[in-house]
Each structure stands twice: as C-alpha cells, then as structure tokens.
Design a protein. Structure first.
Length: 278
C-alpha cells in the first residue's frame, strides 16, 4: 500500500509545469493546512499523524519538516508534533487586526467587572458561532469556552443572539441540522417560541442548553448598516443565574451591545434590517 502511494506521489511530482504544477501546489498547501488541524488538540506522534492524514510516514514526515522549517509546527522528541510559534505570532496579529475585538474589549471588561461573570464576544462563521474574545469573571466558575471555539448557533446564547434577525426558514434549517448532529435537545415548538420572544426582546438566553449548569444572556452587536455583525454574552453557573437575575441582566447586556454598536457607527434611530420571518 505504501509503495503504491509513493508511486502516485512520484508521478504527481513528475507533472510538467503549468496547470498540473498548480494543482500539485494547491494539494500540498491543503495537506499542510490539514496537518495543522490534525495537531490542534495537542502533540501527535508520527505514526498517529500519518494515520490521521491518510499518508505514508515518509510523506507525513517530509510535510511536517517543511512546516517546522517555517515555524508552523514544532517537534517534541517524546511527544511528537504540535502547533508552532509562527501560529502564535499570526494569532496575535490577526486578533490585533480584528477591529471589532479591539473596539469591544474595553466595554466587555467593564461588563465583566460589573457582573463578576464571564463575558464573550463572537460572530457567525458559516453555520456556527465563532468565539472571538473572552473575559473571565471573578467567580470561581469553570466555563469551557475558548477563543477560537466554534459552537452551535441554536443552543448557545451567543448563537441565538446572532440569529435574531434571521428568517424562520433559516432557523428551521439550522435547528434541524443541529438536532441531527445531537447538538439540539430542546423541543422544536418550545425552541421556536423562545426564538420569537428573543427576536422581539432584542436579547437571547442559553438555559443550560449548550453546557450543563451554565446559563447566559446575550445580545447582538450591529454595524453602521444595522446588520448584526457580532454578539456578546454574560455567562455564569446556573446558581448565580436564576430567572430574576437573567431578566435584570438583559437590559445591561443589551446596553453594552448597543454601546459597542454605536462605536461601530450604528445609531439607535436606525431600524434593524430584519428579514421576513416566514
């Protein structure tokens, strides 16, 4: 099996310059990006990495060495391959260039200090909510979210806030997809009832739907065109987030989201560009 794979790779390398060379280069690039994904959870030894990549050990080793040379991977003798220092540098640069993170952070820090709870910032990334920033709270509450995490839109408070303006046909598609993946456990009728309520109120809740014993209040962030471009949330243990406190926090979270929106050029006089519900 290994020999046939190597022969195919040799034939690929022999492709003349031109269109074939471009295809080969693109394939190598995609393999390199795939390899970064395969080690994202921690060090991986060569044999395991080779299996995850579905490549021979020699090809995996060669590709990994190329990534090490550029700083995208590093190698620990006893543990294997892991993400390299170049990605840390790029991560900081990407974050520094993400204007919404810079603009939102001071207000998020103030909200975290006032509530003593964890504050998140996120945006939509395809059919998922991407967490852009996180300010830990003062309470001893462990919340598993991390910057860069992607979570379901339909079960997180952040995700539901991002969906407030969406048409119900979009809600239906996302709910069905998450339910099929086992990521949605709320009854469909109840979920739609809640979403309609959230759309009217301008904020959304996570009632322990995404993480056991964790609740949150979330609200959308809008840009100058009144389009939802992000959302913020306040999350804490359910013992600190009874119904009365969540109701009280709603105005505070909406106010912070509106302040960030104002910083982005939004005006309270603007009418949200909501899609036709049905």
């Amino acid at each position: 099996m290994e020999r046939s794979t190597s022969n195919a790779e040799s034939a690929e390398s022999a492709t003349p310059a031109g269109g074939g060379a471009k295809i080969q280069g693109s394939q190598t690039l995609l393999r390199g990006l795939d390899m970064l994904d395969k080690v994202i959870d921690g060090p991986v030894k060569l044999a395991e990495l080779s299996a995850r990549m579905a490549l021979t050990r020699s090809t995996t080793h060669r590709l990994a060495n190329a990534l090490i040379d550029r700083g995208f991977l590093s190698y620990l003798p006893r543990d294997g391959y892991q993400l390299g220092p170049k990605l840390i540098q790029l991560g900081f640069l990407a974050q520094s260039q993400a204007d919404i993170v810079q603009i939102a952070r001071p207000r998020m820090e103030a909200l975290a200090a006032e509530t003593e709870d964890t504050v998140h910032l996120g945006r939509m990334d395809g059919d998922l909510a991407l967490y852009l920033d996180k300010i830990p709270g003062r309470r001893r509450v462990e919340i598993s979210s991390r910057i860069g995490d992607r979570q379901p839109l339909t079960s997180t408070g952040l995700g539901k806030a991002l969906l407030i303006d969406a048409a119900e046909s979009d809600w239906e598609r996302l709910y069905a997809a998450d339910a099929a993946r086992g990521q949605q456990h709320t009854d469909r009728g109840l979920w739609f009832e809640r979403m309609r309520s959230y759309a009217g109120a301008g904020h959304a809740f996570d009632l322990e739907e995404n993480e056991d014993l964790i609740r949150c209040v979330a609200a959308p962030v809008r840009d100058v065109s009144s389009r939802i471009v992000a959302a913020i949330s306040v999350s804490s243990a359910a013992q600190y987030m009874d119904d009365d406190r969540m109701a009280a926090l709603s105005a505070q979270v909406r106010g912070t989201a509106e302040a960030i929106s104002t910083d982005l050029g939004w005006s309270a006089e603007m009418r949200p560009a909501r899609k036709h519900r049905r």
